[in-house]
Design a protein around this ligand. Sequence first.
Ligand SMILES: Cc1cc2nc3c(=O)[nH]c(=O)nc-3n(C[C@H](O)[C@H](O)[C@H](O)COP(=O)(O)OP(=O)(O)OC[C@H]3O[C@@H](n4cnc5c(N)ncnc54)[C@H](O)[C@@H]3O)c2cc1C
Length: 460
Amino acid sequence: MKLIIRLYVNEHVNLNCKVIAAEKTQHGWQVSIKKKNWSNGHYFHPEQQIEEEEFTREYSHLIVCSGLHNVPYIPKVDLENFNGTLIHSNDYRDAERFKNQDVVVVGSGESASDIALQISKTAKSCTIAQRSAPGTLFPRFIQGSTADTRDDRLTYNLPRIWRSFILRGHRRYYQIQKENKAVFHWAARSNFENNRCAFNTNACKSFGIPESIVHYKAKLKPEIAYTAKDDVFFKDGSQVKSDAIIFCTGYKLKFSFFSDQLSDQLIPINNLWKNCIHPDLDSLFLVGFSRPQQINLVTIAEMQARMVALVISQKKTLPSKETLLNEINKDQSWMRKFYGNRYEKNPALVDFLYYMDSMAEFIGCQVPLKKAFIKDFALWRKLVFSSLNGAQYRLVGPGSNWHESAQVIKGIPTFLNRKNALLRWSVLSVLTMISSFLGLFNKDYRSVKKQAGMDSLGRA
Ligand SMILES: Cc1cc2nc3c(=O)[nH]c(=O)nc-3n(C[C@H](O)[C@H](O)[C@H](O)COP(=O)(O)OP(=O)(O)OC[C@H]3O[C@@H](n4cnc5c(N)ncnc54)[C@H](O)[C@@H]3O)c2cc1C
């Protein structure tokens, strides 16, 4: 590793650099950089002192990968009179500090799930204050498999017309689980009553909240109305004593190195083509600013990076400004139609399979299902029934390697419980066949325009 870094990375990459400012010039970007021992030495030279310097360089293109989680966000609540500890999840390290205390955890996302579960095990009391119900509750493990083995193309490719069917099927599936029954039942009810499924909401990939409630006596409350010295009052008029409030309320996106004017052009991020490119700024690329409703962000970021590399190296040309604007508009209407309020609150949200497939179409690396079916049936089986991953988009097109990608894809585990998996795949296959018979898979149907024309039940 050290040798690779010495030979290849150091020559092309400047480590320990922070971008202080970046400004658009006539020919590209002027970037001000501060080099310093930011992380007290990176892993390669922990003992080495980096010579501190500030410099400015010109670049033809700028790729921003500074992440979605920049400024810890705390909602506007009257906290002035509160005597206890107030922290954001960003500053949370472990539950030890809150042992035997009365703690309020605010939020319903991934951080709230993890923190509420830890806190509820050791604190005197744990109260979870939620403005809205969690996203689709999705366990990390199910029947001996990691839950993401269920994230297959067969499911995500289904036309959204089957949304309420998926919602009911998901509830039934949780209800018949024999292990950790009470938690699965809680999650089934929460998902169903709050209309949460993979076709309309981002997932909460943990059972932390149901487990803390069912097993560790955490209490659920609506959002905080106001606080007094040692008390927290909730919007339903109830109150609890509290030594600490932990805000797991997410982050605000901020580009500290851009001018306010440029930031305003880029935020909300869904004003960009594929959350990557502003139609007026073809030398600026944003990678990693798309949060999928399920699966993961990293696979999307890889796809975005491939697109950026092809555009910068002029192997692909971006569509005209008019087409970019048109596609932005279509993507927004599609997300608004199906993800509604969740999308308004989180404009980085994208629908994983549709996003990936549309990007693959631009790159020219669409998953070759027909070819795989004829050439290698075992591979086709994995492409359809196994969890979605980046290797599927490396079978053909630029940067592809059929043999190696096929090996990776075939090595990905499928759901372990055969009986259960077969039942699920049979039902989904029947729905797929019906959809196919009804002509719901033609290109036009999959286009945003057609789907955006559906009503809230997913009917055309
Ligand atoms: C609690 C939590 C749970 C999550 N769980 C999942 C999950 O299960 N699956 C998933 O896919 N994603 C998850 N995410 C999202 C996760 O953050 C991303 O998937 C992943 O970290 C994104 O990688 P990134 O490189 O785009 O951004 P980051 O990991 O945020 O990296 C951004 C980098 O940019 C650097 N940077 C910022 N500003 C500057 C500057 N001015 N100059 C130089 N460098 C700068 C930062 O130091 C940082 O190293 C989770 C996030 C949180 C907070």
